[in-house]
Design a protein around this ligand. Structure first.
Ligand code: F6P
Ligand code: MN
Length: 355
């Protein structure tokens, strides 16, 4: 089956470099993005090799200083991953600016570079000692003549490419260049090869992902949605749901891209969580771009993630994404008038309005 990027079945197994070469030749103005993705792929293959060593790399513990710009505990591997990405992007003529979860400020790398890259170098790093999936998230914008500010403080819909590397039982690069989502699996020789899987999120799902230990801090729309899921076949939705939470955004995204589901990291009542936990520029925006390209939706509850403009490098946003019917339902829970409507006995409890 041909993927949305127009690749023929015989292209399955094709090396990423060959895929990028064909993509850049298909239209003018693609060289810089192709070079940037190739550089990011090299960095992630290096990080994958480090992650695979586990404790043998001696990098699983906390880093000196032990907190990043946003207050998260920083592991040695976070720092090594950031260094690997920065080194690869410095060596790439195409990259003008670099924004990272692990940096206090945006870095200028090369005058005249055509791309700006925002990165979460090691997402889910609280899981590294548990040997569960972690990853690297990236977002690519055209560099703006207005400099770093114009390059990154813009709607996510202006991304030209986004993706993540997942380091798990298999390691893979999942990429959108704006026309569908393709997955490249890292082979033992260190090359990414296109897997025969065009990623598409099923419209409907019975699986949800949320950190349920925060239940008491949630606001009503989220509580109501999850209460209905938990009530299952006996509740207003009249069907049973299943819950999964990896505490790794990349891992949860990969599952949803593979088989559907909905993910929520909402705002809640804890101090510091008024805008949730996840960062708009280098977590939510690239994940939203991938999700939409795979046929799903991503919102903060009221606003489409790709329409949001960050006001600061580490700005947070509530994040809900996945199968479009569930995302739409959560949006309805957030919209006051329809929230009242779907919780009403008529539409909610009698199950006349189900998705
Ligand atoms: O990057 C932040 C992150 O580690 C995500 O990968 C993950 O989705 C989330 O935080 C987990 O948060 P919590 O520890 O609150 O469940
Ligand atoms: Mn992260």
């Amino acid at each position: 089956m041909a993927g949305a990027t127009g690749l023929l079945p015989e292209a399955a197994g094709e090396e990423l470099d060959a895929y990028l070469a064909r993509w850049r030749q298909a239209a003018a103005g693609r060289d810089a993005v192709a070079e940037t993705i190739a550089a990011l792929a090299r960095a992630t293959a290096e990080i994958a090799a480090l992650v695979r060593l586990g404790p043998l790399a001696g990098a699983l513990g906390a880093a000196a200083g032990a907190a990043n710009a946003d207050g998260d505990i920083q592991k040695k591997l976070d720092v090594l991953a950031n260094d690997a990405v920065l080194k690869a992007l410095r060596a790439c003529e195409a990259v003008a600016y670099f924004a990272s979860e692990e940096e206090e400020e945006i870095q200028s790398l090369r005058a005249g570079g055509a791309c700006a890259v925002a990165v979460d170098p090691l997402d889910g790093s609280s899981n590294i000692d548990a040997n569960t999936s972690i990853g690297t998230i990236f977002s690519v914008y055209p560099a703006s003549p207005d400099g770093a500010t114009g390059s990154f403080f813009r709607p996510g819909s202006e991304q030209v490419a986004a993706g993540y590397a997942i380091y798990g039982p298999f390691s893979a690069l999942v990429l959108t260049l704006g026309a569908g989502v393709d997955m490249f699996v890292l082979d033992p020789s260190g090359l990414y090869r296109r897997a025969d899987a065009h990623m598409s999120i099923p419209r409907s799902t019975r699986e949800y992902a949320i950190n349920a230990s925060n239940y008491r801090y949630w606001l009503e729309p989220v509580r109501d949605f999850i209460d209905d899921c938990i009530a299952g076949a006996e509740g207003p939705r009249a069907k049973d749901f299943n819950m999964r939470w990896l505490a790794s955004l990349v891992g949860d995204t990969h599952r949803i891209l593979s088989r559907g589901g909905v993910f929520l990291y909402p705002a809640d009542k804890r101090p510091g969580y008024e805008r949730g936990r996840l960062r708009l520029m280098y977590e939510a925006a690239p994940i939203a771009f991938l999700v939409e390209q795979a046929g799903g939706d991503a919102t903060d509850g009221l606003t489409r993630i790709l329409d949001k403009v960050p006001g600061a490098l580490h700005e947070r946003t509530p994040l809900v994404f996945g199968s479009s019917d569930k995302v739409a339902r959560i949006v309805e829970h957030h919209a006051d008038s329809s929230h009242a409507r779907i919780r009403s006995p008529l539409f909610g409890k009698r199950g006349l309005f189900r998705a």
